[in-house]
Write a protein that binds this ligand. Structure first.
Ligand code: DGY
Length: 324
């Protein structure tokens, strides 16, 4: 029987690439440069499985490249899939899978990294020191904010939101509030002493730190717009490890610049790898290059999870992580 033809659009951890190559007819994007829309569309017609990442835009035009004998499974490397035109894939009978669960801890760790960096002005301190501007210890130098007893308001209370809450509550003594469609199960809320806030503006107004944990896409585009930002407590912080499009970064830059917000910590941007110039100009924002899942164990687990979906597809079994 012919082996399944798989195209991997970016380099994956070596052990995952080896595991894929043992089982399938794999083509790697050796130079790891993002593929053009035309090349992706062509690949849709030439392979059985496409393995994209968040850096690929799998839009309607790309999906239209799939012909009768082309891609039947898009096995995404990552949990978020707002870069894939899900409805177009569905209309053509192309299945889409993601890699949930395996990057929960890594992303929650990074949310805490950003909370701590923003609260303790770590980026500012490092920049000052490296530029030779540190004149020595003094009681009034780079004063930040404590975390204990501060309210962490989570927008979204799924796996990553709850893992972030767990760290903040049990590691740092923060108080937890969350906005979500539905209240969490009693045992979860009890473990985290978490208060359900059904109104977003209310959550924003009462939180000292707001951390976003919702999917990107049309439904959440600009959810944190100028009005929402103005509803945030004066002197609070915004943390975004979810998707850049959720926040109006121009409005955020203005709020940071006027000190309405004390700081922000961002890992994601609407047009990566471009970073809005208005943010780059500010000291009170920590800017990371989409590192949420970037530890070795997690990146391997993500690849193995994608491989498990391809394996199931090859065997004609139900896909474990099917999203379309
Ligand atoms: C995810 O898994 O969605 C991360 O943002 C990387 O793609």
């Amino acid at each position: 029987m012919a082996r399944i033809r798989v195209l991997v659009t970016r380099r994956w951890p070596a052990e995952v690439e080896r595991a894929l190559a043992e089982r399938f007819d794999v083509v790697l994007n050796e130079n790891d440069k993002p593929m053009s829309q035309a090349a992706l569309a062509e690949a849709m017609g030439a392979f059985d499985v496409l393995c994209p990442t968040v850096s690929d835009r799998i839009d309607a035009g790309v999906i239209a490249g799939a012909r009768e004998t082309g891609v039947k499974l898009i096995a995404n490397y990552g949990v978020g899939f707002d870069h894939i035109a899900i409805e177009d894939a569905r209309a053509r009978g192309i299945a889409v899978t993601n890699t949930p669960g395996v990057l929960t801890d890594a992303t929650a760790d990074l949310a805490l990294t950003l909370i701590l960096m923003a609260a303790r002005r770590a980026g500012e301190g490092e920049r000052e020191l490296r530029a030779g501007g540190w004149s020595g210890w003094r009681p009034t130098h780079l004063i930040g904010s404590a975390l204990k007893d501060k309210v962490l308001g989570l927008v979204g209370f799924g796996r990553i939101g709850r893992a972030t809450a767990r760290r903040a509550r049990h590691g740092f003594g923060m108080r937890i509030a969350y906005y979500a469609r539905h209240a969490a199960a009693d045992d979860v809320a009890r473990e985290l002493d978490a208060e359900f806030c059904p109104d977003l503006a209310d959550l924003l107004a009462r939180s000292d730190f707001v951390s976003l944990h919702i999917p990107g896409g049309a439904e959440t585009e600009n959810l944190i717009d100028a009005q929402a930002i103005s509803a945030m407590k004066r002197g609070s912080y915004l943390i975004n490890t979810a998707r850049g499009g959720i926040v109006d970064y121009q409005a955020l830059a203005e709020a940071l610049s006027s000190r309405q917000l004390a700081g922000a910590g961002l890992d994601v941007y609407p047009q990566e790898p471009q970073i809005p110039a208005s943010l780059l100009a500010l000291e009170n924002v920590v800017l990371l290059p989409h590192l949420g899942s970037a530890n070795a164990e997690t990146r391997i687990a993500m690849g193995m999870r994608a491989a498990a979906n391809i394996e199931a597809f090859a065997a004609g079994r139900n896909l474990p992580d099917r999203v379309a």
